[in-house]
Design a protein around this ligand. Structure first.
Ligand code: NDP
Length: 421
């Protein structure tokens, strides 16, 4: 596992819980002390005994076997600069993993994919590659690796977080079980958690703010339509959360879903933001603090957004503070047997419960659980085939089963409230 931040903490915890699949885990990141601290937390939590999962005592319908009697996952740690492929190759050669789970930052995707190619090891990530100097949210760079991964006989699974990740699996599940044709998808991401701080982001602030301050975009009738940032707003009454303001954003899974869901006419992504959050963001943007263009300060070049990240709370520190729930899901509209059909599939996650279990809030939790599940799909052979794949290209059923086992149960509705317009 590369990275030792909020998402890595949950993914590593879930690997230990799924210890029949993950017998050995190396946590490698830029700062060794964070890897060691995570290892110490895991050893304390699992007490040197097998992880297992109270919810399930053996093989499950999902094909994921949880063996409570298996020994604790062996955990080792290492320092690595994941921007440096040579360092990664040396580390992979010394540890000899079957898979690399990339939960560092999107900037490292390509150097890690290069190292996987050189060493013949499978690859999983949770966010598409981003060049540090421009915010693009495009899969093109990683899709360009398809032939090389195919030729090497290894698999790269892209976007195995929640969104992207579970949202793609939800769409594939809807397509497989409920629709002949899908016409419209709305992905709804609500975070009704409150950490009590004036302003903080729930995951890496740099990536989060780049995403929100970019232009909005959605797919309609074969092309992407661009909007100004946060230009389109609606109110949606979320199950278990209630009414929330939602804003249309571009999100990377729109690109792959537009290509992989047959017959799709429109697909949009919506996220909730509070007034307070948006006001802080607006001020920071107006004074230039969210810019990714370098400036010279005190004779040194700095990037304002990276400086802002340094003064904002570490997302990992929000765990003990955050109360409330998230609700992330997909409203799918289409046809079955010549009749119109609506379907809503979603997960509700409670910040405090996530913290009690893993020491992390729900945003890290909802990303770390699917990162582990995606890796286990490849390790157990439930998903296989050489090449580079987005998550909706695989059979959704084993993944959907594993979500129920590993802490992200989902619910369905066939008469959902629809978005107005
Ligand atoms: P954090 O900032 O908490 O953690 C990132 C980790 O990566 C840190 O441990 C950091 O090291 C390490 N890292 C950064 N650069 C390097 C490098 N060059 N070499 C080695 N390690 C490095 O981020 P999160 O845990 O919140 O997010 C992790 C990933 O998950 C991101 O890519 C994010 O975009 C993605 N994500 C995906 C979601 C989804 O639903 N699909 C949702 C939320 C996040 P250090 O400790 O030294 O800083």
């Amino acid at each position: 596992m590369i990275g030792a931040g909020g998402v890595a903490g949950v993914a590593a915890y879930k690997c230990c819980q799924n210890n029949a699949v993950f017998s050995d885990l190396m946590i490698a990141s830029r700062t060794l002390s964070r890897c060691d601290a995570l290892k110490a937390r895991l050893l304390e939590k699992f007490g040197g005994k097998g992880g297992g999962n109270a919810a399930c005592g053996g093989a499950t319908a999902s094909g994921v076997c949880i063996d409570k009697s298996a020994a604790l996952t062996n955990i080792s740690t290492a320092q690595v600069d994941a921007d440096d492929t040579a360092q990664l190759v040396a580390l992979i050669r010394s540890f000899k993993p079957d898979i690399v789970i990339n939960v560092a930052l999107p900037y490292q995707d390509l150097s890690i994919m290069d190292a996987c190619l050189e060493t013949g090891v499978h690859y999983v990530d949770t966010a598409n590659y981003e060049p540090p100097d421009t915010a693009k949210f495009e899969y093109g760079w990683q899709w360009a690796y398809r032939e090389r991964f195919r030729n090497a006989g290894i698999t790269a699974l892209l976007g195995s977080g929640f969104d992207p990740g579970v949202t793609g699996v939800f769409c594939a599940y809807a397509q497989k079980h409920y629709f002949d044709d899908i016409h419209e998808i709305d992905i709804l991401d609500a975070n009704a958690g409150d950490h009590g701080l004036p302003f903080a982001t729930n995951f890496n602030p740099e990536i989060n703010i780049r995403e929100i301050t970019a232009n909005g975009r959605y797919f309609e009738n074969g092309a992407f339509v661009e909007t100004r940032p946060l230009e389109i707003k609606r109110v949606y009454n979320f199950p278990e959360i209630g009414d929330k303001d939602i804003y249309l954003l571009y999100h990377e899974e729109l690109e792959s879903l537009a290509a992989n869901i047959r017959g799709i006419r429109r697909i949009r992504f919506w996220m909730t933001f509070s007034e307070k959050y948006l006001t802080h963001l607006k001020v920071l943007e107006n004074v230039g603090m969210t810019s990714i263009r370098p400036i010279v300060f005190d004779g040194r070049e700095i990037i304002p957004l990276q400086f802002l990240k340094a003064v904002l709370p570490d997302p990992a520190s929000l765990g003990p503070l955050t109360k409330g729930k998230t609700n992330i899901g997909c409203i799918v509209r289409g046809a079955k047997g010549g009749k119109p059909k609506d379907y809503y599939v979603y997960n509700v996650c409670d910040h405090e419960e996530c913290y009690r279990e893993t020491g992390a809030q729900a945003i890290s939790y909802t990303t770390g659980v699917p990162a582990m599940i995606g890796a286990s799909m490849l390790l157990t052979g439930a998903w296989k085939g050489p090449g580079v794949f987005n998550i909706e290209e695989f059979d959704p059923d084993p993944f959907m089963g594993a979500l129920n086992v590993f802490g992200l149960p989902w619910k369905e509705s066939f008469e959902p409230e629809l978005l107005n317009g």
